[in-house]
Design a protein around this ligand. Structure first.
Ligand code: PAF
Length: 280
């Protein structure tokens, strides 16, 4: 596995892959890898494909007062995990390479990025879209893999790829979970033992609510019940909402693909999760 930190070496390595006729698949990450990221690498591995992972803690997607400073950085174990998973190349640019003096262009994806986390974390999705567009231009992948856990992020990236004509297949990979259902996240390390035990209420409340909505129960009542359950479990709820799975417009018609999304704070950890609504 090649580990590359400068642009010229990246260009040369990608040229070699292309000269060998390889298809290139990109798995963008911010490091602090867990089994969810490894599922992305596994999904990206195909015959004839070279898998490129990026590790870059993107300052532009953290707001003032968010966890940029304490975001876990675990380079040695990340590289070991990627190597064991069969990743071919790791792109690890510095902040100076990604945002050199004078960098002034930001991408804003209207609509889909504006509600939910876009409202609670102003500028977050502009930072995500900007860095992902840069990674797409730097690597030029044929396909890129993102976890469904960050469902709004995935919708924002799909919209950007369509709008800006990136010739890239965007692949969403199902959320990986602990045995009790908690979605894997690099931020779960912020939970202490007691908070971790309580945090399981999030996937459970979403599961209960999704089944009730699928059975045709009143959506407003179901969402209010889910909020109450989470609050009783010790969460400070940001949102629990039903949205169109493609556009993320709230209160979708029942014949549209629908997604139930939630964000809630447990102690110092802000957790997000989501689940599809299936009928019946
Ligand atoms: O999901 C993440 O880890 C990040 O938002 C991403 C896509 C790597 C962009 O920094």
């Amino acid at each position: 596995m090649q580990v590359i930190r400068d642009r010229e070496a990246l260009v040369a390595a990608l040229a070699t892959m292309r000269a060998e006729g390889a298809r290139v698949a990109l798995v963008p990450t911010m490091g602090a890898l867990h089994a969810g990221h490894i599922a992305l690498i596994e999904a990206a591995k195909r015959p004839g494909t070279k898998v490129v992972a990026s590790i870059f803690v993107n300052p532009k997607q953290f707001g003032a007062g968010e966890d940029l400073g304490r975001y876990p950085r675990r380079e040695a174990s990340d590289l070991r995990m990627l190597n064991e998973a069969g990743c071919d190349l790791v792109w690890m640019p510095s902040v100076e390479i990604m945002y050199p003096e004078g960098h002034a262009t930001n991408i804003r994806v209207a609509g889909v990025s504006e509600g939910f986390d876009g409202e609670s974390r102003p500028g977050h999705f502009d930072g995500v879209a900007t860095v992902v567009a840069k990674l797409f231009n730097q690597i030029g992948p044929d396909a890129a893999y993102f976890g469904e856990k960050d469902f709004q992020q995935l919708a924002v990236i799909r919209r950007m790829v369509a709008d800006l004509d990136f010739p890239i297949e965007v692949v969403g990979v199902p959320t990986q979970r602990e045995d009790d259902g908690l979605a894997l996240s690099s931020r779960n390390i912020y939970l202490d033992e007691e908070e971790r035990a309580k945090a399981v209420a999030l996937p459970r409340a979403l599961g209960v609510a999704a089944r009730a909505i699928g059975r045709g129960e009143d959506v407003a009542t179901v969402l209010a019940d889910a909020r109450a359950t989470l609050t009783a479990a010790g969460f400070e709820v940001d949102y629990v909402a039903l949205a169109d799975a493609e556009t993320l417009v709230p209160d979708p018609a029942a014949d549209r693909p629908r997604r139930l999304l939630a964000a809630a704070r447990m102690g110092s950890a802000r957790l997000i999760d989501n689940i599809a609504i299936s009928d019946g």
